[in-house]
Design a protein around this ligand. Structure first.
Ligand code: ADP
Length: 335
């Protein structure tokens, strides 16, 4: 689809270039011809000032006329060559510029296509499972109340998962509207406090202690809701991928311009091969996929990354499989 668009845009650029080149050439041609005519005119009037035999005069004028005509054809030939060169070079340049202009759009389009396909797949799988299980249950003539209850329970679990997924998808959409952020100067300690509070219940359920002490009183200029959401995602992961009773630590460091918020866990860590992909939408490390108890869709980190980047920051990860991970969010300090 984009190949065609490249050509169309390149054609449009080339058309503009061709029009400019032709207008220029026409003007140059007109000016040059005017100059030549002036020359010819001067030649004739100078000749008329002298008493020259009519035959010689006719001969000289003939020659001047020939020169005028051949100069005119030389100008035309040169302009044709220049125009051909401009159009050929312009054609190549137009194609290059068209690619340059459309590449980010193509990238965004492809990413949207992939996202739609992945999202549809994630939505379809539980629906298909529910449909098959329900059909099989309904076809069972000796269905007991207990079995029916089990089926309803299983359906309910799938529906809860679907609700979770649709909520996450809505977050993806919400936090993808890049430049719509509301920047405010806030204390980092406040953001950390709010985020840890929101994951308290989840941490307690796994007897995980989140320590967030000695947070310095530095300020950042960010969209507080967004950054809080990103921290929640990182903290939830730290809890999700830790064993019962393990510790999660939040620390903050800063220098003249930046503030770093690090969330460290001693959980299962991330394999080297997965590290470069975990911020991709729908990417889940194999171990998380097979051990399907963490109930994620591989969207959290991509949302967090998007939010942080929109706020002018960045996110990085250090992890050793089997020993734990450190996710570091870097933000600009408020002036
Ligand atoms: P998910 O919903 O699967 O948690 P995320 O986008 O939040 O999706 O994370 C992507 C993948 O990164 C996870 O599936 C998991 O394999 C890995 N991951 C993220 N955070 C951690 C962590 N703190 N410890 C270990 N693995 C993690």
């Amino acid at each position: 689809m984009f190949d065609n668009t490249y050509l169309k845009l390149a054609g449009l650029y080339l058309l503009v270039l061709a029009v400019i080149s032709f207008v220029f050439s026409a003007n140059i041609y007109q000016l040059s011809v005017q100059e030549l005519q002036k020359d010819l005119h001067m030649h004739t009037s100078r000749l008329n000032q002298f008493r020259v035999p009519a035959q010689t005069k006719a001969l000289v004028l003939d020659e001047a006329n020939d020169q005028y005509l051949s100069s005119k054809s030389r100008i035309v030939a040169r302009l044709v060559v220049v125009n051909l060169f401009v159009l050929t070079a312009g054609g190549l340049l137009s194609y290059y510029l068209a690619r340059l202009t459309l590449r980010p759009i193509e990238k965004a389009h492809k990413s949207l296509e992939r996202f739609t396909a992945d999202a549809s797949h994630e939505l379809r799988t539980p629906i298909a499972a529910m449909q098959t299980e329900t059909e099989v249950t309904l076809m069972n003539p000796k269905l007991t109340v207990e079995e029916a209850k089990q089926q309803l329970q299983s359906n309910l679990e799938e529906m809860q998962k679907l609700t979770g997924l649709t909520e996450t998808l809505l977050q993806v959409a919400r936090f993808s509207e890049s430049d719509l952020v509301n920047l405010e100067s806030v204390k980092v300690s406040m953001l950390v406090k709010q985020a840890t509070k929101k994951v308290e219940v989840m941490a307690k359920a796994k007897s995980i202690n989140i320590s967030a002490t000695n947070i310095p009183g530095v300020m950042v200029k960010v969209d507080p809701d967004g950054i809080e959401q990103a921290l929640i995602i990182i903290l939830e992961n730290a809890i999700k991928y830790s064993e019962k009773g393990q510790k999660v630590m939040v620390s903050v460091t800063h220098d003249k311009n930046i503030v770093k918020i690090a969330v460290k866990d001693k959980g299962k860590g991330i394999a080297k091969a997965d590290l470069k992909n975990i911020f991709e939408r729908f990417y889940r490390a194999d171990s998380s996929r097979t051990k399907n108890d963490s109930g994620g869709y591989g969207l959290g980190l991509s949302i967090a990354k998007n939010i942080i980047q929109t706020n002018g920051g960045s996110i990085s990860v250090d992890s050793v499989e089997g020993f734990g991970s450190v996710f570091t969010v870097t933000l600009k300090k408020a002036e």
